[in-house]
Design a binder for this molecule. Structure first.
Ligand code: CA
Ligand code: CA
Ligand code: CA
Length: 621
């Protein structure tokens, strides 16, 4: 029908009654001329055109920003007395928030004053307002936004109810989509970021008539705009601050969906109203101003449900160790391949809401807890060992796994959840020895006893030391230095600095001769601090050598001519396997009143075939 009409003076159509469409306001003196038999006063003239071949006036084609009382796009003024729309009886399933944290403002201006005794939310044209609703349709790309202040202590939000209508709908909801973003500031403003949601995911979980019609103050019983209450699940915690909700609505009808305004009887706007609308044409947010003569900026009604005061919050730690039945202290360990490690998860209630049910999922280990009942009060902690769980894992490769613990309060008044994530890493090192072999330790020395230790040899050719002999390899620490090696307690040191000017330090420290017959993969390891003074030929040097003939001849493993400061652990393989008389030496050479070399915690290991271990009695059958 509307395709056949054009409004005088432009395309600013207003409303339709039956087959008549009304546009511009008529002078008062002409209105009486057009009083209809039904009692309607015609307030505008329409020029019929036949045929009408231009663009339809239907508003949705053009994605208008608002639906106004001057807008004829929808069957706006279908005779409410026809009874065709709206029963006037609140549906049993009407969404009624039951744990309200915040209500952004009233929508109803006439409780029980609408069609069939339902509520009415009236556009107060008498005050110069003209907007039924602001466009927020997915199909139009428009969005609306409004602010909310979360007080100190924060909120755990379970759900938010938004309001929308589609002109011409029945009281059966046609709303099928809401997407929601929550910003920590003005949408799109500098420094504002989205802290929840996105602009596409449908988070609508329920929609039903709110027992309220959007109408005008001159036709309170209109029933073509039943307002639907639309609930979305949020389940998030917001700390104190000012936030903006920014949402969009989808429906199955062509009109809108439209976002009705916060409406207060006798006022053109809610005091301080600052609602905004997104214009996809210009990609800007603008004030949601009523298009009537009032021009008043509006707010949008919404209701937030949840729990106040810090809300639902948990923290999770995940540790891993090699002892069953205990919670390890670290989340990072290094083990040989094939080691069985044990994970432990500790959750702490860091919020103000008690939890009663727990789920735990690990991306490597799978589901660990499912619907576990445990009363976790605010401030309390519980770990999986205490819950009776021993969580073993055979580490054959380096593994970092991440777990998510979800704690739930099953309500009432509302169900809230909190999640926390934690990771642990098991670093797997290759086995020290080849298959069929076991590592054996041939020497272990921490220099805490007499010096040189039994079987060790100090060989000095130093000259002109202030106290000859003393600063050579010793554990008496003549320079009163700290153990800088990474070891502890006493250590071996050759101290050129203490030897004094004019001295030349030339000092060797030999291990005992070791029988490595039948062994392979010899390795020396030691903690050390080598402090070099100058570099180049003739300067101070630190040499690590080995011998397979009891010290008659030596092979150099490395020569240090620059700093290798501690704490430093050196692990050096050497070709001593199979030798009947293998030795290692530390040779601090040509130090002329330079610095020092410290070593501590020397071990020499090798690999023995398992049958040799048997034969040597390292292990009893
Ligand atoms: Ca506001
Ligand atoms: Ca020591
Ligand atoms: Ca040097």
């Amino acid at each position: 029908m509307r395709d056949g009409v054009r409004c005088l003076g432009g395309t600013d159509a207003v409303s339709a009654i039956g087959s008549c469409v009304f546009c511009r306001e008529l002078p008062e003196e002409l209105r009486a001329m057009f009083r209809t038999p039904l009692g309607f006063t015609i307030t505008a003239l329409v020029m019929m055109t036949a045929p009408w071949s231009g663009a339809a006036i239907a508003k949705d084609t053009h994605s208008p920003a608002v639906e106004t009382v001057h807008d004829a796009a929808a069957p706006a003024l279908r005779d409410p007395r026809s009874g065709a729309h709206g029963s006037g009886v609140a549906p049993a399933s009407a969404v009624r928030p039951n744990a309200v944290l915040y209500d952004n403002g009233p929508l109803v201006t006439h409780p029980g004053g609408g069609a069939g005794g339902a509520d009415a939310s009236a556009v107060e044209t008498a005050l110069g307002n003209a907007t039924f609703g602001f466009g927020a349709a997915v199909s139009s790309g428009r969005r609306v936004a409004d602010d909310v202040v979360v007080p100190a202590g924060g909120w755990t939000i379970s759900s938010i109810t938004f309001y929308a209508y589609q002109t011409g709908s029945t009281t059966t909801s046609t709303i099928d989509h809401i997407n929601l973003r929550i910003w920590n500031g003005v949408p799109g403003g500098s420094g504002s970021t989205v802290v929840f949601g996105d602009d596409s995911t449908n988070v609508l979980t329920g929609s039903s008539w709110s027992n309220d019609y959007r109408v005008t103050d001159t036709a309170l019983t209109g029933s073509t705009r039943p307002i639907m209450a639309n609930t979305v699940q949020v389940n998030t915690t917001l700390p104190e601050g000012t936030y903006w909700l920014d949402w969009q609505v989808g429906g199955t009808l062509a009109s809108g969906p439209w976002a009705p305004l916060v409406t207060i009887l006798g006022a053109t706007q809610k005091p301080g109203a600052n609602g905004m609308q997104w214009d996809p044409g210009t990609s800007t947010w603008g004030p949601a101003n009523d298009t009537g003569s009032s021009g008043a900026q509006q707010d949008f009604p919404f209701v937030i449900e949840g729990i106040a005061g810090g809300g639902a919050l948990i923290t999770l730690s995940k540790t891993v160790g090699t002892d069953a039945g205990t919670c390890a202290a670290t989340n990072s360990i290094t083990v040989p391949a094939g080691t069985t490690v044990y994970y432990c998860y500790t959750v702490t209630n860091a919020g103000t809401v008690a939890f009663d049910t727990h789920d735990l999922t690990d991306d490597v280990l799978g589901q660990i807890l499912s619907g576990q009942s445990y009363a976790l009060a605010p401030g309390a902690s519980i770990d999986t060992v205490a819950l009776g769980l021993n969580i073993p894992f055979v580490a054959n490769a380096t593994t970092t796994n991440t777990a998510t613990w979800t704690a739930t309060n099953q309500g009432p008044p509302v169900v809230v959840t909190a999640d926390a994530v934690a990771s642990a890493t098991v670093t797997v090192v290759p086995l020290r020895c080849p298959a069929g072999h076991t590592e054996v330790t041939l020497l272990s020395e921490d220099f805490e006893g007499t010096f040189p230790p039994a079987g060790w040899t100090v060989s000095n050719a130093s000259t002109n030391c202030v106290a000859p002999g003393v600063p050579d390899w010793t554990n008496t620490n003549p320079g009163s230095r700290s153990n800088l090696t990474g070891g502890s307690g006493l250590f071996a040191i050759a101290d050129s600095d203490t030897c004094g000017g004019g001295s030349v330090l030339d000092a060797q420290l030999w291990t005992p001769a070791l029988d490595m017959t039948g062994l392979t993969d010899a390795r020396v390891s030691f903690a050390t601090d080598y402090n070099d003074l100058s570099t180049g030929a003739g300067s101070d040097m630190g040499l690590l050598d080995f011998s397979t003939d009891g010290g008659a001849t030596w092979t150099n493993l490395f020569t240090w001519d620059s700093d290798n400061r501690g704490p430093l652990l050196v692990e050096q393989d050497f070709a001593g396997g199979g030798a009947a008389s293998a030795m290692v030496r530390w040779y601090y050479n040509n130090a002329t009143w330079d610095w020092w070399w410290q070593i501590d915690d020397v071990t020499i290991t090798a690999c023995a075939p398992d049958d040799v271990i048997f034969a040597d009695g390292f292990e009893t059958p």
